[in-house]
Ligand binder design. Structure first.
Ligand SMILES: [Zn+2]
Length: 409
């Protein structure tokens, strides 16, 4: 796949979005898709699986409906190609392929059809994806993975695949930053700007990063407003995906530290750093949400599972991540109208220098990087990489108090 360069004389299109109106009950589909899951309502009384989502079971009228994960396996009954649409978003993207699929679990659904799905009848796998308006839609993928599956023009409208895109990784000095850059380069990123604070100091891994053909190292200190502004002026209009992994992590609670200097340093990177980046890079990315296949598509924030519940031995760090999470939700709301997805990443303890005293299991930087690349490829909004984060997420969803108590004991 080759992306044509945009003609610089052509006006950038105003972002258009697919239709976003959904019933309240249909938001269950979106909530699951945000986590990369395909869930449909299943009746607790008669067992029927139904689509579209409704308030009551279509076969027995029971209101005991639970959202259950689906395999998505089904058969394509019929396919069609749209050459006309009254909707502005789809009109700009015609022709558009749609299919009618009978799911093994029962319902028949209409889904966006991947280019590699053969003519009907054919086995397919239906998945839920978030569209540019942040709402769940159904896509039918070929039964067997193909090597260039992610390149499909229609599928790329729903994902944030780093392949052929230009990215900024805000901190290349950390183990996580370096793992991220390598994973993104391996995923086919066209260009990766890698930020590093204090450029007068060489850091471990510098030469290795510099040797990657996609990488351009740029001085970036997210605590320096002027520096952030200058970098945004230089490259802000070209960044398709911004990955903010800059983080300051110290291991203090309240009682074992005097003064606020450490906590302030954490806030300055983890919270104000995000705010500075969002103010300077946000507007340019918003204006490029509709540049065809080379649009700005995603903004990734490295948060922490401690944003959900405080981990007292790292108490001030947890507080700064909770603040960053709240700001990231604001950023998400502001970026959504432009079709730019904000991806929040909530790892458990990372296997890095600040968690040396914690017992395993810890998330290895390479595993964290792989989870972020996967989330971009699948267009997921919230990511909880690793078993620890997954387990804590379950506990938090089940009962937030349970997680608070577990982390504090
Ligand atoms: Zn029923």
């Amino acid at each position: 796949m080759i992306l044509k360069k945009k003609n610089p004389i052509l006006r950038t299109r105003l972002p258009t979005l697919p239709p976003a109106a959904r019933s309240r009950v249909a938001l269950g589909l979106t909530a699951a898709a945000a986590l990369g899951r395909f869930e449909l309502q299943q009746c607790s009384d008669c067992g029927a699986v139904q689509y579209p989502p409704r308030e009551a079971c279509g076969s027995c009228l029971s209101t005991q409906l639970l959202w259950k994960q689906q395999s998505g396996r089904g058969e394509l009954l019929a396919a069609t190609v749209l050459h006309h649409s009254n909707d502005l978003f789809f009109r700009e993207r015609l022709p558009w392929r749609l299919g009618l699929i009978k799911l093994e679990s029962g319902p028949t659904v209409v889904a966006h059809l991947h280019g590699a799905v053969p003519a009907a009848p054919a086995p397919v796998r239906v998945a839920a994806r978030l569209d540019r308006a942040g709402q769940a839609v159904l896509v039918a993928l070929p039964d067997k993975e193909t090597t260039d599956m992610a390149d499909d023009r229609q599928l790329r409208e729903f994902t944030c695949d780093p392949k052929l895109r230009k990215l900024l990784v805000t901190d290349g000095k950390t183990a996580v930053g370096q793992a991220l850059v390598k994973a993104l380069a391996a995923a086919g990123a066209h260009l990766i700007w890698v930020g590093y604070a204090e450029p007068w100091k060489k850091f471990a891994g510098f030469e290795e990063l510099k040797a990657l053909p996609q990488v351009t190292l740029v001085p970036l200190d997210v605590t320096d407003s002027k520096n952030v502004r200058e970098l945004a002026a230089e490259i802000g209009g070209k960044v398709d995906i911004l990955v903010n992994n800059a983080e300051c992590h110290r291991t203090f609670g309240i009682g074992n530290r005097q003064g606020v200097e450490t906590a302030r340093a954490e806030m300055d990177v983890n919270y104000f750093g995000l705010l500075r980046l969002a103010q300077e890079f946000g507007p340019a990315m918003r204006s490029r949400g509709a540049d065809g296949l080379a649009s700005a598509v995603a903004w990734v924030n490295l948060l922490s599972i401690y944003a959900l519940a405080n981990f007292p031995p790292h108490g001030t760090f947890s507080a700064s991540k909770a603040a960053a999470q709240s700001l990231a939700q604001c950023l998400r709301a502001e970026m959504r109208p432009a079709g730019v997805r904000v991806v929040n990443v909530y790892p458990g303890p990372i296997d890095d220098e600040w968690n040396q005293l914690l017992l395993p299991p810890k998330v290895a930087p390479a595993a964290l990087a792989a989870a972020i690349v996967k989330a971009l490829r699948e267009g997921v909004e919230d990511v909880y990489p690793g078993d620890v984060a997954q387990e804590w997420l379950e506990r938090w969803r089940d009962n937030p108090k349970a997680l608070e108590r577990e982390l504090s004991s």
